[in-house]
Design a protein around this ligand. Sequence first.
Ligand SMILES: *Cc1c(COP(=O)(O)O)cnc(C)c1O
Length: 422
Amino acid sequence: MSASRHPALLATDPELASFVAAEEVLQAQTLRLIPSENYVSAAVLEASGTVLQNKYSEGYPGRRYYEGQQNIDRVEALAVERAKGLFGVDHVNVQPYSGSPANLAVYLAFAKPGDTVMGMALPMGGHLTHGWGVSATGSWFRGVQYGVRADTGLIDYDAVRDLALAERPKLIFCGGTALPRTIDFAAFAEIAREAGSILVADVAHIAGLIAGGAHPSPADHVDVISTTTHKTLRGPRGAMLMCREEHAKAIDKAVFPGLQGGPHNQTTAGIAVALHEAAQPSFVSYAHAVVANAKALAAALLQKGFDLVSGGTDNHLILIDLTGKDVPGKIAAKALDRAGIVVNYNTVPFDPRKPFDPSGVRIGTPSLTSRGLSTEHMPLVADWISRAVDAAAKGDEQALAAIRAEVTDLMAAFPAPGLPLA
Ligand SMILES: *Cc1c(COP(=O)(O)O)cnc(C)c1O
């Protein structure tokens, strides 16, 4: 049925078309709780699949190495203008292919191989690209890491300051992938100033919350803002680097020609559309609803007896610590998947288990909010999670199947753009 949504694809490559159709059904029927995922609008989907795909555009608007840029320049300039307005920054580069290459461009702009860089440790909630060992950023640069306090689960700003003053890193990254609490950009800025470091706010996860006024903005505090465009911001898979005018040249040179060739113009178009959507009043409501849903879900999970890292959430993300339960994160995550609830297993700070088999499950509310679920549904979601984790402990597949039927039933009432009715 849904394969006919892409008739040319179906005719040319029915095998591939069947995979896409199956993914459409999966996304329609499941409760997607991965905090870095979302549902883009139909307009963003359309913009990302246009003939802009066919064009090479090395360079920047008005300064390209290929001709025929009359329309492409307008697309990119529009995306840049919209990002400047939305985030209140002097300069924006919309060309990075994704979040990881965007961060690598920041290293290229400000540091030399072997320089010391500082970020949050991956197991504490940081990102690989903030100088963690297995990442190129951790092997080409000397990464030093901060974390959270064992007693509160919150960033220890005194320890951050001590480490920064002892190490004097070229770059300090703030932000991460598993941080359920508000980041104090002003505190980081003070530390970076004292240490003489360039401060980078990597807001990949929370860019949509910042755009919608549901998280403080780093714009007045940091040297560079790095973000993906496909998480809470609800655009196509891509990234942006934003900075004050003084760093504009260094950032642009690092992205092209430093690291990349031609920009993905179809993605730039999708980013422009997403930024337009993010400037509407409805996006402000969405951003606040994401946070309200996460707080309601956290409260309901606490009532069900779950431990949450830092005791709750200020944003879109919740880190469930299963250390006290009979089920580790991976087994819980796989059981939840069979129950139609899609999450990822994750380390928790000071995890006694190994990263490939950790103690936590990471969840978030952007996707369910985009589908229109509200705080009144969160006790039911918490109940499903609780029943599924209990079922995982007992190996009760029937209970998981029963939850899956309930999930599919509810999701059918909340259609998402680009998907068949569940
Ligand atoms: C997702 C994320 C990235 C990387 O983005 P990719 O597009 O997956 O490369 C970088 N930093 C943070 C904090 C992220 O959450």
